[in-house]
Write a protein that binds this ligand. Structure first.
Ligand code: NAD
Length: 443
């Protein structure tokens, strides 16, 4: 099938690559000309496991084309995906400006009926507004055909985005139009061999499903962080509690890891957006407000533990920081807990020596050159002369370090671990002062 994808960010690029990989002909359109030029030169702007080869192979074969010309995209696709960003506005609501701008562009250029599929995460009711935008443009040109607008929210996870698109858990299609449903079933057939993945529902429910999914996951994280904080105060071990409750199949082990709060481009903004949507219909989303509050507090956990250990005197101290990305297997630092920590440490007069397996360029891009940040080439070099090691992201590469090397490199054997990577008893035995989340301080 011929497919057009507007927006080559995490979602657009990965989805386009997956569709091209199974044989569809995909044109990607983005307003960022530099990004398009670089993609055409073979440079992949984001890190996602496996993505580079799939993009390059399909680009070479001609099944994946990048353009900054909307007319090329609108002329090409029988299905037109909108996968542009929906950042929060000042009130926390999702800003649908980019989505509606693509809708107007499609309406201004379309010369035949088409299926427009909204993949961006958008407030309930946006599909109707997209249809109105397209319709207004078509009418102003005297066209008599219409576009069908449906919702097909995306559930990929950064860090395993390509696998998630190639082997989705579910494909939500929000439409009551039988022809649109049939087209989407045909498009996704290669990902749905056993016919069990597609769930069809009305447009508004599909739009809400995306927010409900992210808000549920954010709730699990904030709940577990609340229990972790309580465990610390009550002298319990949250890791034991986690294993204890996860064994109940109604709870399960997924997504109940305590830590330093959720980040990334989705959970924080989607929780805020649903709170704002609720407010717009006169409803107080009490649970979600608490989820957000707990998360904002949790992002300060590492700093408070550091500050307590050093009696509030951080001026002139140096901290080794392992992990900058908001989670492993991505270079994305949007709303990352590591950013909150670094900025608090700098505010207190401390220096940071940081290492992340993938997010170094992103950190450089965000913070540029500054005296109080040294981006180190290896996790070991980040330790040299530091007063403590702090861990903000649970990369596999941090799970089994050589503790002798750590002890030699650090000026004091102190580890503040925001991801509970190590065994407190073992670390105390090795002579470390070890702080983690929801467990007693070990020394
Ligand atoms: P992104 O910021 O990485 O990419 C968005 C792209 O859209 C950018 O390249 C931008 O230049 C482009 N763009 C903006 N306006 C445009 C226009 N008028 N025409 C063409 N291109 C335009 O965003 P993302 O992370 O890919 O997210 C896209 C949407 O998908 C958001 O609504 C997000 O909430 C949702 N989503 C994201 C994820 C994720 O993990 N990143 C997962 C599921 C859903």
């Amino acid at each position: 099938m011929k497919v057009t994808v507007f927006g080559v960010g995490y979602v657009g690029l990965v989805q386009a690559a997956a569709l091209a990989e199974v044989g569809h002909h995909v044109v990607c359109v983005d307003i960022d000309k530099t990004k398009v030029t670089r993609l055409n030169d073979g440079y992949i702007p984001i890190y996602e496991p496996g993505l580079e080869n799939v993009v390059r192979d399909n680009h070479r074969s001609g099944r994946l084309v990048f353009s900054d010309e909307p007319s090329v995209g609108v002329a090409h696709g029988e299905v037109q995906f909108i996968a542009v960003g929906t950042p929060p506005d000042e009130s926390g609501a999702a800003d649908t400006r980019h989505v509606l701008s693509v809708a107007s562009t499609i309406g201004a250029l379309l010369d035949r009926p088409a299926l427009v599929v909204n993949k961006s995460t958008v407030p309930v009711g946006t599909a109707d507004r997209v249809a109105q935008c397209i319709d207004a443009e078509l009418k102003s040109r005297g066209e008599r055909f219409a576009a069908t607008v449906i919702s097909n929210p995306e559930f990929l996870k950064e860090g395993s985005a390509l696998t998630d698109c190639m082997k989705p858990d579910r494909i939500i299609i929000g439409t009551d139009d039988a022809a649109a449903e049939a087209t989407m079933r045909e498009l996704y057939a290669p990902f749905n061999r056993n016919h069990e993945k597609i769930i069809v529902m009305d447009v508004r429910s599909a739009e809400l499903t995306k927010y409900a999914a992210n808000c549920m996951l954010a709730t699990k994280i904030s709940f577990m962080n609340e229990i972790a904080n309580l465990a610390e105060k009550l002298g319990a071990d949250v890791e034991a509690v986690r294993l204890g409750i996860g064994s109940d199949p109604r709870i399960g082990y997924h997504f109940i890891y305590p830590g330093v709060g959720y980040g990334g481009s989705c959970f924080p903004k989607d929780v805020r957006a649903l709170i704002s949507t609720a407010k717009s219909v006169g409803f107080d989303a009490d649970v979600l407000k608490a989820v957000e509050h707990r998360n904002n507090c949790q992002k300060n956990t590492l700093f408070s533990k550091i500050s307590n250990h050093f009696n509030g005197d951080l001026k002139g101290k140096t901290f080794a920081l392992w992990g900058l990305a908001f989670k492993p297997n991505t270079d994305d630092m949007r709303e990352a807990p590591a950013k909150v920590l670094m900025e608090a440490l700098w505010q207190a007069g401390a220096r940071v020596q940081a290492y992340d397996p993938e997010a170094m360029n992103e950190a450089q891009r965000i913070y540029g050159a500054r005296d109080d940040l040294q981006l180190c080439g290896t996790k070991e070099s980040a330790l040299n002369g530091a007063d403590a090691l702090v861990i903000a992201t649970e990369w596999q590469a941090f799970r089994a370090p050589d503790f002798d090397v750590l002890q030699e490199a650090l000026t004091e054997p102190v580890i503040i671990d925001g991801r509970n990577l190590y065994d407190p008893v073992k670390l105390a035995g090795l002579g470390f002062d070890y702080y983690s989340v929801g467990r007693a301080h070990a020394s």
